[in-house]
Design a protein. Structure first.
Length: 123
């Protein structure tokens, strides 16, 4: 039982390649989130819940997208170059996979909303 538990927890120790691919996925999901949020807000079908991002969106949608992309790109670069140096690789792996999973859900929800909207508008 202990061997099985140890083997299970070792799946969260990510290789450098898995760290890189997770960072790329995080960036892709963030792009989908930023563009989808901008579109839904421009159509008056959604709102940004992050107060800082909402403020930037009120100033200009491109500023919102630029800042959001810059912050996530900086995070991804930090993850890629510094991820291998973390002392507890299991906690790092769990945190990174949780972030990617969360953005995947958000990107999926936004994409689903847009598909439904497209269907309703053009059917």
């Amino acid at each position: 039982m202990v061997k099985l538990l140890k083997r299970f927890t070792n799946i969260f120790i990510l290789s450098n390649r898995e760290i890189f691919l997770s960072s790329v996925l995080l960036l892709v999901f963030n792009i989908i989130d930023a563009v989808s949020t901008s579109i839904l807000i421009e159509l008056d079908l959604g709102r940004e819940v992050n107060p800082l991002m909402d403020y930037l969106l009120e100033i200009h949608p491109l500023l919102f997208v630029f800042v959001k992309m810059f912050l996530i790109m900086a995070l991804c670069m930090h993850i890629i170059f510094e991820g291998a140096k973390f002392k507890d690789r299991k906690i790092f792996g769990i945190s990174l996979l949780a972030m990617v999973s969360l953005y995947a859900v958000v990107a999926g929800m936004h994409t689903g909303y847009q598909v439904i909207l497209y269907y309703l508008m053009f059917s």
